[in-house]
Design a protein around this ligand. Structure first.
Ligand code: NAD
Ligand code: UFG
Length: 332
């Protein structure tokens, strides 16, 4: 299939591009490089021996997107392009709504115009807000506390409405839990600009000596060691989930599916620190600090539906996630 990947030079996008190429798909990437590096294309080429077709523009430029769909016969779209920092979205709500929601609307309009009706969308566990119980199943109430999360909720609803208006669409809403780790080649991974917001990239920088210590946000949660618990999922496992979603549509035709992509296992911040120390052989200095505003205590998936519908089963545990993150960090 010819698959258009929006945000394909980003962290999850680049790993998905590699997996798509591996199983024989033709990949076309559009990315405005606002949060990724053009050099990722070289890395993808080294890993796969194939250089994906690349367009560098913002998906909000509808004329350019229209031209792209005219030039290439696109069979399906995987839509990663978005701004993704929760904290930043609180200070820059308009930019988040504009980029994430307006960008998606333009993409869906152009898809409709060109009769491309197959899409896999990057949603997030953030749409569950602070869940009343765990593990989280897909039928839990949706709620959110920040513009980033709200943009995901709106786009999910847009896609549900599109499907309700025209049942010849195939739509997968994939709700990711916490993607971490890197490709085993050490060539692609997560390398945020500035101070990392997320736990594992921060720990990686402490391990490499770039930062002195990790600040552990909250040690008084009702968890086994008082620190926040999350469902960390290896980015390669997550990438494979997208291939499985596309395969699902080949056998099931037109449907809208909503699935959690997580492992079903929760690890605390201190569990991750310990696993990273073991994997890297480095000491991770940390300091306990008050809770981070907006954080919840525990979040992990019930991955049963993903397994049932897609055959999704994660291969990599926390040790491999830390090891691959560390190998990537050392290779930077
Ligand atoms: P990322 O920032 O590494 O990748 C996103 C890519 O999209 C970047 O390369 C960026 O340059 C590009 N982009 C952004 N806006 C664009 C636009 N308007 N036009 C063209 N390109 C644009 O992020 P990621 O971690 O790979 O996340 C991918 C998707 O998964 C996002 O939609 C994100 O919201 C979602 N998600 C991520 C996480 C996570 O923890 N990483 C968790 C849940 C959901
Ligand atoms: N944490 C620290 N110190 C840090 C960074 C994080 O203690 O420097 C803690 C947090 O308090 C939390 C855990 O590590 O308990 C995980 O935090 P992350 O920032 O790595 O991840 P979040 O669960 O807060 O959010 C991430 C993405 C969201 C996405 C969500 C669910 O950033 O966009 O996972 O998929 F919505």
């Amino acid at each position: 299939m010819n698959i258009l990947i929006t945000g394909g030079t980003g962290y999850i996008g680049s790993h998905t591009v590699v997996e798509l190429i591996k199983v024989g798909h033709n990949v076309i990437i559009v990315d405005n490089l606002c949060n990724s590096d053009i050099k990722v294309l070289d890395k993808i080429e080294i890993i796969t021996n194939i250089r994906p077709i690349f367009y560098s523009f913002d998906i909000k430029y509808s004329t350019l997107l229209d031209d792209l769909f005219t030039k290439h016969k696109i069979d399906a779209v995987i839509h990663f392009a978005a701004l993704k920092s929760v904290g930043e979205s609180v200070t820059m709500p308009l930019e988040y709504y504009e980029n994430n929601i307006s960008g998606s609307i333009i993409l869906f309009e152009i898809m409709k115009k060109h009769n491309v009706k197959k899409i896999v969308f990057s949603s997030s566990a953030t749409v569950y807000g602070d869940p009343a119980t765990i593990p989280i199943t897909e039928d839990f109430p949706l709620q959110t506390t920040n513009p980033y999360g709200f943009s995901k909720l709106v786009i999910e609803q847009l896609l549900r409405d599109i499907y309700n208006s025209d049942k010849s669409w195939s739509i997968a809403l994939l709700r990711y839990f916490n993607p971490v780790g890197a490709h085993q080649s050490c060539l692609i991974g997560e390398n945020p600009n500035g101070i990392p917001n997320n736990l594992m990239p921060y720990i990686a920088q402490v391990a490499s000596g770039k930062r002195d210590f990790l600040t552990v946000f909250g040690s008084d949660y009702n968890t086994h060691d008082g620190t926040g618990v999350r469902d960390y999922i290896h980015v390669v496992d997550l990438a494979i989930g997208h291939i499985q979603a596309l395969k699902y549509f080949e056998t099931h035709g037109c449907e809208l599916i909503t699935v959690n992509l997580g492992t079903g296992v929760g690890y605390s911040v201190l569990d991750v620190v310990n696993a990273y120390q073991k994997a890297s052989g480095q000491t991770i200095n940390y300091r306990l600090a008050p809770r981070r505003h907006g954080d919840i205590a525990i979040c992990y998936a019930n991955p049963t539906l993903a397994n049932k519908l897609l055959g999704f089963k994660t291969q990599f545990g926390i040790e491999q996630m830390c090891l691959d993150s560390w190998n990537f960090q050392k290779n930077l």
